[in-house]
Ligand binder design. Structure first.
Ligand code: FAD
Length: 295
């Protein structure tokens, strides 16, 4: 099923993101964790693409396994900047053969090694080029990334939104945001995106922080603003793993309820590969979503 069909429905949707294993030896544990998340029957699941494309085969394997076994609609991520055109075409063929019809089309981060190479020789420089290629193929529902707090390489929000509009004009059917811990940042961004003529669905990305060690990493990767309420939670409960987990699930749930209450019907959760956290959030929302998430 195409993600756009899910997003068009009136009822609220909740989707989860997982990541593939980095090596063969951890494939089984990742398979198990992602299957437990799939058993919750989320609206859809996304599988990330390892930086540099090194784990691309696993992205496909995880996505195909869940689609075939659980029938959960799957969104496979694909990055382009560190790949040549033939490799990207091969990945697109593989996705089609596996029956994966939803692709999150990304540029990928610029690694220090990549930064040192000659840009004029890159086959892809921006996600918009991959989006055009997928659109020309005609088989995919295409997602794109967006940044309520502005992409770190962008000079300002106006320019970032101009580039985002180009991605939508090129064929992105929906957008998912970088993680936000303060919903007001998302609402402001949504307003500005609509003003910039971006009309496709925009899914807020919610990252449950359930362990104090995740905080520094989340800030480093996303540059996201941590509201005082959030920092107080980590200060107070960060040294008690069980309490932090409960508080982190509650914080994410609270963000999602606020989004639903304000008319945002589709929310994407960066659940990582943590079935207990995906289950905790789902169960907290069961009456709101009108279904039980217990097996
Ligand atoms: P782009 O849309 O190409 O934008 C990158 C920068 O270039 C922005 O500053 C933009 O304003 C600017 N820009 C865009 N087009 C142009 C142009 N034509 N000329 C000049 N400037 C331009 N990374 C992974 O490795 N694997 C994943 O699975 C993954 N999943 C992600 C999922 C989401 C929802 C998000 C938000 C990010 C994800 N990332 C992932 C990280 C992503 O690869 C990085 O944030 C990357 O730095 C930018 O990717 P992009 O697709 O947004 O790039």
């Amino acid at each position: 099923m195409k993600i756009t069909e899910i997003l068009r429905q009136e009822q609220m949707s909740l989707s989860f993101e997982v990541f593939p294993p980095k090596k063969e030896t951890t494939f089984e544990s990742v398979r198990e964790a992602t299957e437990q998340i799939a058993a919750l029957r989320p609206s859809f699941m996304s599988v990330t693409y390892g930086a540099g494309g090194g784990t691309s085969a696993y992205t496909l394997a995880v996505a195909k396994n869940i689609k075939d076994k659980y029938g959960v609609p799957m969104l496979a991520h694909l990055t382009c900047v560190s790949s040549d055109r033939e490799t990207v075409r091969q990945r697109i063929r593989e996705l089609k053969e596996a029956g994966i019809t939803n692709v999150m089309a990304l540029r990928g981060d610029l690694t220090p090694e990549l930064e040192q190479t000659d840009r004029s020789r890159w086959d892809y420089r921006y996600a918009v080029e991959l989006i055009r290629e997928l659109k020309d193929d005609g088989s995919f529902c295409i997602g794109g990334a967006c940044y309520p707090e502005v992409h770190p390489e962008s000079p300002n929000q106006r320019e970032d939104l101009r580039r985002l509009k180009e991605k939508v004009d090129a064929g992105a059917d929906f957008l998912t945001t970088q993680m936000v811990f303060d919903n007001n940042l998302f609402y402001n961004f949504l307003y500005k995106a609509r003003e910039a003529g971006i009309t496709v669905p925009i899914l807020p990305g919610i990252m449950p922080i359930t362990n104090a060690n995740q905080v520094a990493r989340a800030i480093r990767l996303s540059g996201a603003f941590m509201p005082q309420r959030f920092r107080a939670m980590v200060d107070r409960f960060g040294s008690d793993p069980q309490a932090m987990k409960q508080a982190g699930i509650a914080y994410a749930t609270d963000q999602i309820i606020d989004l639903y209450a304000n008319g945002i019907t589709n929310v994407h959760v960066y659940s990582m590969n943590k079935p207990d956290i995906a289950a905790g959030i789902s169960q907290n929302l069961s009456a709101i979503l009108g279904r039980s998430f217990l097996e």
